[in-house]
Ligand binder design. Structure first.
Ligand code: IMP
Ligand code: MG
Length: 182
C-alpha cells in the first residue's frame, strides 16, 4: 500500500519499530527483575507504543492511562507549548508501585517534566520513563530518560501513535510529515 501524500519520507519502517520495541522490552524486563510494572500511557499518542511494548514484556504488567491538555506558550507546529494539565486522571493510585511512564515522544520536555513531578508526588516505589521517540535537539527542560527506542531529527513526525490533526496515528511506521500536503 502506498504512503499517504502527506508523508515525506519514512524514518523507521514497521519492522525496525517492532525490532526496537522488542529490544527495549528486554531492557525493561532486565531492570525490573520479574517485579510487577505499572505502565502509564499518555492518551492518545502513546497507546500504540504502550500496547506493542506490553505485548513484548515478560514482566507482569498493569496498565493505566491519563490524558493531558497543553495550553499557553506559543504555538509550534500547531501545538501549544509550555503549560500542561491533567484532563483525565489515572483510574487507580500508584502508591508503592513500580511505575513506567510511557511516552510517544519527548520533545521540549515540558509534558514529561510535569507528568514526572505529578506522579512522583503520589508515592510510587519507583518511577521511570520509556519513550518511543526522543528529539533531544529541541529540549528546553531536562528530563531523565530511562528507556528510549529512537532519537529523531528536528522534523515533525507521524505514525505509531503520533498524529497531525488527529490523523496518521495508525501508521505502522514513523514518517516525516510534509505539512503542506497534510
Ligand atoms: P513536549 O511537551 O514538547 O515534550 O511535547 C510533547 C507532546 O507534543 C508529545 O506528547 C506529542 O503529543 C506532541 N509532539 C511533539 N512532537 C511531535 C511530532 O513530531 N509529531 C506529533 N506530535 C508531536
Ligand atoms: Mg499530539
Amino acid at each position: 500500500m502506498s504512503a499517504p501524500p502527506a508523508i515525506d519520507r519514512i524514518l523507521f519502517t514497521e519492522e525496525q519499530v517492532s525490532e526496537r520495541v522488542r529490544e527495549v522490552a528486554r531492557e525493561i524486563d532486565d531492570r525490573f527483575e520479574g517485579r510487577e510494572v505499572k505502565l502509564i500511557g499518555v492518551l492518545k499518542g502513546s497507546v500504540f507504543f504502550l500496547t506493542a511494548l506490553a505485548r513484548e514484556m515478560q514482566s507482569p504488567v498493569k496498565i493505566d492511562f491519563l490524558a493531558i491538555s497543553s495550553f499557553g506558550g506559543h504555538a509550534d507546529h500547531g501545538r501549544p507549548q509550555g503549560m500542561v494539565r491533567i484532563a483525565k486522571d489515572l483510574d487507580e493510585p500508584i502508591q508503592d508501585e513500580d511505575v513506567l511512564l510511557v511516552e510517544d515522544i519527548v520533545d521540549t520536555g515540558f509534558t514529561t517534566r510535569y507528568l514526572l513531578q505529578t506522579l512522583a508526588g503520589r508515592g510510587p516505589r519507583s518511577l521511570a520513563i520509556c519513550t518511543l521517540l526522543d528529539r533531544t535537539v529541541r529540549r528546553i527542560v531536562q528530563v531523565p530518560i530511562d528507556f528510549r527506542c529512537f532519537e529523531i531529527p528536528d522534523r515533525f513526525v507521524v505514525g505509531c501513535g503520533l498524529d497531525f490533526k488527529q490523523l496518521y496515528r495508525n501508521l505502522g511506521y514513523i514518517a516525516v510529515m510534509n505539512p503542506e500536503r497534510g
